[in-house]
Every structure is written in C-alpha cells, then in structure tokens.
Unconditional design. Structure first.
Length: 273
C-alpha cells in the first residue's frame, strides 16, 4: 500500500468491548482505553476529510471523480455508517441533500456556495468524503471470475475470493486494516485479469458528489497555519526593525538636505536682487 489511514476510536455509547468483539477483531480493551481514547469519531472524520483533500482524492468536478472506496459487501457504508452518522449529527433530523440543491448552488458560484445556506454548513459538518458511492468487490468478482458450482460451497466472502484467486491471506481476518490490505490484493488481481471497476452503489443516502465538492472547497479556503520553522525568528524581526529604522533615518536625512538646498537658493536670489 502506498498510504494508509488507520485510527482506533473508543466508543462513546458502548466503551466496553464485548468478548465476542475482542475475539473477532483482535482489538483489546486495553488498546481501546489507550490508543482509542486519544480519538473521537468526530476528530477522525475530520482527519479523514483532510487526508482525502491533501492526497488529491476529492473530485475535480461533478463529472471528474478522482477516487472511489472499494468494499467487500455493502453493510459497512449502506447500513452501519448511516446509524453512526445519525448519532454524531448535530441534529437528528437531517435535511435531504438532493442533487438539484447542490447543482444549483455549485453552478451559481462555488465561492458563494459556502454562504448561501448556513443550515447546510451545520448539517455537512460530519459528512464523510467519498462515503456516498462505492464499489462492492464481490460484484466485480462475480462478474469476472464467478463459478456457480464452486461459489455455492465456498461462498462469496473475502476469504473465499482470496482462495479462488490463489492469494495468501495476511494478518487477522476481521481486523479492519488487515482486511483492507487483503481486499487491495483482490482488486489488483482482478485488474490484472482485465476486470473493469465501476460503481456498484451511487449516491446512497443523503450525500453525493456535491458533498465532496463542498468539503473540498471548505478545506481549500481555510487559511494555512504557519509551522514553527516558517515563523520569523527574533533575530529576523530585529533585523527587519533595524532596516525599517535605517530607511526611515535615510529618508529624514534626504528631506533635511533638500530643505537646506532650497533655503540656499532663496538666499542667493535675494543677494542678486
């Protein structure tokens, strides 16, 4: 993998993990109480949007997507994320994000879109970039290498696809980051076989590509924070002040000399008269 995005989060509503969850994922209560306690779903969501922005994954325009999420199944984004996003939304009743609303404001002027509806800003604060559409790799697998008699017994899960494609499983099954790495191997194998990847689910729920464009614009207009190394040093400040003082002194000297020459010319004229 070129770059990874991976954080643990301690749940707010159920901070104690069940034995089943710990056994399934390998995530321990100690890990959640230490690493997970450093983050909240809101803070990680903000980091995710910025990560997508800085890695140029957000769309160039409504018709020019740059990236898409690949899943193994629809449940995570179609079901679980909808419940989670409702929990973290400021208001339980979310306004419907329909394409016509976003198209109108985007086509009017992208610079004015952020000011046209304050309510929209509040509601979109916890929207996740790219979560509106995805590619379910199971559908791509079925379309390209599906064998009914084999799949009837083996199933269509990640482990079955790995076996069918002769790919060695690495890590722990149901560990989020390990599952991502293995799904990536499946994607690469399918691409090498000539598989074409296109959306299997688009604009699900109340977000769409215009949500990504709004997130991108919001992040692009934020003022850049200067790092410590970029801040001027005390020595540089003193030098700058000295230069300003010196230039000011030179200007005063020039003005004094000009006035002196003017007085000399007037005196000479009077003597000649």
């Amino acid at each position: 993998l070129d770059k990874t995005f991976h954080f643990y989060i301690k749940p707010k509503h159920h901070p104690k993990l069940t034995p089943f969850c710990q056994k399934l994922t390998g995530i321990t209560q100690e890990l959640i109480d230490t690493e997970g306690a450093k983050n909240t779903i809101e803070s990680v969501l903000e980091k995710w949007n910025k990560w997508c922005f800085h890695n140029d994954l957000l769309p160039a325009s409504a018709n020019q997507p740059r990236a898409c999420i690949v899943t193994c199944g629809d449940w995570d984004l179609k079901t679980m994320w909808r419940y989670q996003s409702n929990l973290i939304s400021k208001k339980k009743k979310r306004r419907n994000y329909n394409s016509n609303y976003h198209k109108y404001h985007y086509n009017q002027n992208m610079h004015s879109a952020q000011n046209t509806n304050a309510h929209a800003e509040e509601e979109s604060e916890y929207d996740a970039a790219l979560f509106h559409s995805w590619i379910n790799v199971k559908h791509i697998f079925k379309r390209n290498v599906y064998n009914f008699h084999w799949s009837k017994h083996e199933g269509m899960g990640m482990m079955a696809m790995l076996r069918h494609l002769n790919i060695k499983h690495e890590g722990r099954h149901h560990s989020g980051i390990d599952d991502v790495k293995n799904i990536c191997k499946i994607v690469v194998s399918l691409l090498q076989r000539g598989a074409v990847f296109d959306y299997t689910m688009q604009n699900y729920g109340d977000t769409n590509v215009y949500t990504d464009i709004q997130i991108k614009h919001k992040l692009s207009v934020q003022p850049k924070k200067m790092s410590h190394s970029e801040l001027p040093s005390k020595h540089a400040n003193k030098k700058h002040d000295a230069e300003q003082k010196g230039s000011g002194q030179q200007a005063d000297d020039s003005r004094s000399q000009s006035r002196s020459r003017s007085r000399s010319r007037e005196k000479n004229k009077k003597q000649q008269q």
